[in-house]
Design a protein around this ligand. Structure first.
Ligand code: DUC
Ligand code: ZN
Ligand code: ZN
Ligand code: ZN
Length: 490
């Protein structure tokens, strides 16, 4: 199959130019003008930007909470990512109950996700059950194409929590084996103190979620994680950075040449904490995610930080928790909402690029090159899947977005589905959208609509809008990803 994408303006992290693209089957084989036919199909990209397919560094689908219950939308809903221009999700694989990480990755790919993922998928390991085996698994994970792992420095009292000795042991081995370590950085004792103080004084409403996750707790954990990673010679990615204080720790460490990179997310860039002040707690609960949404000044800082490469990636942290599970926040005994019982997370895989374009590029806060860099290229590098993914060049997978900068709309669940019953960006203006999306040479989105069949699928007793056929395949990452480059800085 020979496809020509003609008349578009190609945008990469480095440059922007007018040229046509020849795709043969799944790969880009030439870029230029007057490319020679015959062609089986011609896509006219006149008036559009041709972007690399998005790489979402931070997606949770079918995530397991500490009881082993899934608290996220199923893989069948991943079509929403494609519709938003993301052609590769990097999904977190926690331990299945009673399973080590290596077996959990195999189980996730071969059972949970098999035949259900619409975009391509790469994997971060995510330790939810640290055992004597865990450190020894790092080498095997890297060999399997999983060169990244996330550790939780928060959530004391659950199996997610990693104390400093476990953290150091993992970092030491990861540095040797070519793994980049990712951390959820919030100081657990700060959280416990604040949460207990709130409860002790009778405060349980959703707004106490943000009032009890102070920036200093995030910044302290970021600082500690970076120092430990540096001492252990392990490259590090701080995920979901939400505030000035945490960003400043990363900025300073990078200025000192430390091997650290930071990610932020659309909801921290675009939304503020007052979403959680909604008078109906069921609705307010939709914005309960961790770290918490912050203030306008934090948003301004995060935009600046992306532009200055203090932060380098925009990942969605897609964690679409259905309303029925957000409603777990109801304390039946005391007949009130308790923010501590609401599962954490916001959906966003479908709106990551829409939100960043609208409030970044279209608002004059970010160049198109920077947009591609933080949404596609740097995440692909970090995960060791560049240049197969994350850029437009000969030999790369033909994952392309024909982006229409003239689209104007309002974000609603109908136009911007999330996989759950609500969209946290509902009602916001949208400028520009992914008009046509190609995944490895196949057109999967046209006129902003996913082309596959979408029907109701039921998971854990909850009904979702799911795709019935899957295009996605596992893309193994190479060891070190960006890690070597990061380490060379020091
Ligand atoms: N961390 C995440 O990255 N996502 C959802 C919840 C959390 O704590
Ligand atoms: Zn996290
Ligand atoms: Zn309600
Ligand atoms: Zn996450």
């Amino acid at each position: 199959m020979r496809t020509l994408v003609k008349n578009g303006t190609i945008v990469t992290a480095e440059s922007e130019y007018k040229a046509d693209i020849l795709i043969v089957d799944e790969k880009i084989t030439s870029i230029g003008t007057n490319l020679e036919g015959p062609f089986d199909r011609i896509l006219d990209a006149e008036g559009k930007y041709v972007l690399p397919g998005g790489v979402d560094n931070h997606a949770h689908f079918e995530a397991l909470n500490t009881d082993g219950i899934t608290t996220n939308e199923p893989y069948a809903t991943t079509w929403v990512a494609l519709q938003g221009g993301t052609t590769t999700i990097v999904d977190f694989c926690t331990n299945e109950p009673g399973m080590n990480l290596v077996d959990s990755v195999n189980y996730r790919l071969n059972v949970r996700a098999k035949g259900k993922v619409a975009p391509d998928i790469a994997i971060h390991a995510c330790c939810n059950d640290f055992t004597d085996e865990t450190v020894g698994e790092i080498k095997k994970l890297v060999e399997m194409g999983v060169p990244t792992m996330k550790l939780f420095l928060a959530y004391k009292g659950t199996s997610l929590y990693m104390d400093d000795s476990k953290l150091l042991a993992c970092l030491e081995e990861a540095g040797k084996q070519g793994m980049t370590m990712m951390v959820h950085a919030e100081n657990p004792d700060v959280l416990d103190k604040c949460r207990n103080d709130a409860a002790a004084t009778g405060h349980y409403e959703p707004k106490y979620h943000y009032m009890t996750r102070p920036p200093y707790g995030e910044a302290e954990a970021v600082s500690r994680a970076i120092r430990f990673a540096d001492a252990m010679h392990c490259p590090m990615c701080i995920v979901h950075v939400s505030c000035i204080e945490a960003g400043e720790e990363i900025r300073k460490a990078r200025a000192e040449g430390k091997a650290v990179i930071g990610e932020t997310c659309p909801h921290y860039l675009v939304l503020d904490k007052h979403k959680m002040d909604h008078p109906d707690w069921h609705i307010a609960a939709r914005w309960i995610c961790s770290p918490a949404l912050r203030d306008k000044e934090d948003q301004d800082y995060l935009w600046k930080a992306l532009n200055k490469d203090w932060l380098s990636i925009c990942g969605s942290d897609n964690s679409g928790i259905p309303q029925a599970q957000k409603n777990w926040g109801w304390d039946e005994e005391h007949q009130r909402c308790d923010f501590r019982m609401v599962p954490n997370g916001c959906p966003g895989a479908g709106d990551r690029m829409n939100a960043l374009w609208t409030y970044g590029v279209a608002a004059g806060r970010m160049t198109r090159q920077k947009f591609v860099d933080v949404c596609c290229t740097t995440p692909a590098k970090l995960n060791g899947i560049y240049p197969r993914k994350g850029t437009i060049q000969v030999g790369a997978d033909a994952d392309l977005v024909l982006f229409d900068p003239d689209y104007k709309g309002t974000i609603t669940l109908e136009t911007n589905p999330t996989g759950v019953e609500y969209n946290v960006f509902e009602g916001l203006e949208q400028i520009g959208r992914a008009d046509t999306v190609l995944l490895r040479g196949s057109v999967v989105v046209e006129n902003g609509r996913y082309l596959g069949e979408v029907t109701e699928v039921v998971a854990d007793g909850i009904t979702y809008q799911g795709c019935t056929s899957a295009n996605g395949k596992f893309i193994p990452g190479k060891p070190y990803g960006l890690g070597y480059d990061l380490l060379k800085r020091s």
